[in-house]
Ligand binder design. Structure first.
Ligand SMILES: Cc1cc2nc3c(=O)[nH]c(=O)nc-3n(C[C@H](O)[C@H](O)[C@H](O)COP(=O)(O)O)c2cc1C
Length: 250
């Protein structure tokens, strides 16, 4: 069997990025028989869609007037088996640089409108084959519900684009990801999610286990507050709550 192509968007503007770590673990779990093409939108020259409709015109169908780095992503997209979107949650949604890339995928749609089998109005797609798409994200608040809006949004984009939604890998309370051992079981589970993906979709059981809280939400709020308040007291509180969380985890 030929190698599967993975198109990955690594959307954190931070380095090192926790979300990119999640992405890399998922890719690791997908095994050896893969070709990985990872893109960092914020490091690329990608202009925003200017809504000129040239890609929908009869004269230049499917052609963008902006000759920039988005073409590299689009070239890989056309042969991609998997499309992994990894980004930190910003204001309950995509970072602007990631949303910018999504908007440029407008070129993959054709202008007419029809009633889809889903019962919603959609555009026909320009390409015939479509990758499996996965949402990978982390956030700084403790509740997993902070992802509700972006989960729904991502699914809607998958529907409109004919990407085959294949699951999600979501972690809240990422502010304590540097506390030793707290996330270790999640790292193994993310690799398992990658294995799942090769066989089909990431199972709900694995997604739920990855999303399970690592510590009490009240303690989490306190440790984050103490961390940013700094000073001796802040450090002492950070350490004591961190140690408590690790002990409770055992
Ligand atoms: C501009 C900005 C907006 C953010 N918005 C949210 C948010 O709406 N909800 C949330 O829980 N965390 C929010 N966060 C926290 C990040 O999602 C969190 O720190 C994430 O784990 C960072 O991942 P990274 O290391 O991959 O960049 C925000 C962070 C920044 C810088």
């Amino acid at each position: 069997m030929g190698k599967k192509t993975i198109l990955a968007i690594s959307g954190s503007l931070r380095s090192p990025s926790f979300t990119e770590k999640m992405l890399d673990l998922c890719i690791e779990g997908m095994g050896e028989n893969i070709e990985i093409r990872k893109f960092y939108p914020h490091k690329m020259n990608i202009g925003p869609c200017i809504s000129c409709w040239a890609c929908w015109s009869k004269k230049t169908p499917g052609e963008c007037v902006q000759k920039d780095d988005f073409q590299e992503i689009l070239d890989v997209y056309q042969r991609a088996d998997y499309f992994l979107w990894a980004f930190p949650l910003y204001y309950f949604s995509f970072p602007a640089t990631v949303k910018n890339v999504i908007d440029r995928f407008f070129i993959t749609l054709k202008p007419s409108q029809y009633l889809s089998a889903r019962g919603t109005t959609e555009h026909p797609k320009r390409f015939d084959s479509h990758p499996k798409a996965v949402l990978i994200s982390s956030c700084g608040f403790p509740e997993i519900e902070n992802f509700d809006i972006v989960r729904q949004h991502f699914k809607k984009i998958c529907d409109e684009s004919d990407w085959h939604w294949a699951g999600e890998i979501l972690i809240s309370a990422a502010g304590v990801s540097n506390v030793p051992k707290l996330f270790d079981d999640k790292y193994d589970l993310i690799k398992k999610a990658g294995m799942d993906l090769v066989d089909g979709v990431i199972s709900k059981e694995i997604s739920d286990a990855i999303a399970a809280p690592v510590m009490d939400a009240k303690d989490y709020r306190e440790i984050c507050t103490a961390h940013f308040s700094g000073g001796i007291m802040g450090i002492a509180k950070t350490l004591s709550i961190g140690i408590k969380a690790v002990i409770n985890k055992k």
